[in-house]
Design a protein around this ligand. Sequence first.
Ligand SMILES: Nc1ncnc2c1ncn2[C@@H]1O[C@H](COP(=O)(O)OP(=O)(O)O)[C@@H](O)[C@H]1O
Ligand SMILES: [Mg+2]
Length: 223
Amino acid sequence: MPLLKVEDVFKTYLSSERETKVLHGVSLKLGEGESLSILGGSGVGKSTLLQIIGSLDQPTSGEVYFEGLNLTEKNDTELAKFRNESLGFVFQFHYLLGEFTAQENVAMPMRIAGFSKAESLEEASKLLEKLGLSHRLDYFPSSLSGGEQQRVAIARAIVMKPKLILADEPTGNLDKENSIIIRDTFNQIVDELGVGLIVVTHDRNFAKSFQRSKEMKEGRWSS
Ligand SMILES: Nc1ncnc2c1ncn2[C@@H]1O[C@H](COP(=O)(O)OP(=O)(O)O)[C@@H](O)[C@H]1O
Ligand SMILES: [Mg+2]
C-alpha cells in the first residue's frame, strides 16, 4: 500500500463573480520514504494540490488516501489529529516564533502535544545537531541566516516524527548556496529518517535533486 494516493483530484474555486478551475484530474502515488518534487510555474496549482494533500483544503472531486484511509471522509477533528501526528509542513517563509530560541521553536510541537519540557528540548537539540546546527541552539530566529532559519523550520516539521513532509517553495526566499544546503537537508532526512517528502518548487535545478520529479502545467501533469 502506498503512503499516499491521490486519485483524480479536481479543484474549482467559486466566488460570487467567477469560477476558477485550478486542478483538472490530478493523480499521484508516493511510497513510504520516497521523495518527489513537483515543478511548475506560478499559478499552475502547486500550492492548491499541496493544501489538498495536507488536508488543509478539500478537493471539489476526487480522493486522497493516506495509508489506505480516505482523508476526504474524515471530520475536522480527525483531520487535525492526522496533521499533527502524520504530517510536517515547511513553507517559503520559516514562520519561526521570534521570541523563542531555535531549540525552543523546534521543541514547540512536542510541548503542544503534551511532552515534558525536558524531553522536548532534548529531542530538539538532537535534531538540530543532526542538521548541523548544534552551535545555534540558543540563537533567536533574527540572529540566524536565511538557510539556518529554514533548517530550524525543517527540524520543527520533523520533531513529531511525521510520515510525510509537505514543503511549498522552501527555497523561494533563499540564495543558491542556501538552497543547496536545504536540498541536502531534505535528502538527509529522507535517507536517515525514512520520511516521505513532497516538495513544490519553480526551480528546475532544485527539483532534479529528488528521487522523482513531476511537472505541473495548468492543473495537470505535463510529464
Ligand atoms: N482561495 C482561492 N480562491 C480563488 N482562487 C484561488 C484560491 N487559491 C488559489 N486560487 C487560484 O488558483 C490558481 C492556482 O493557485 P496556486 O495553487 O496557489 O498556484 P501555484 O502554487 O502553482 O503558484 C491561481 O490562479 C490562483 O489565483
Ligand atoms: Mg504556490
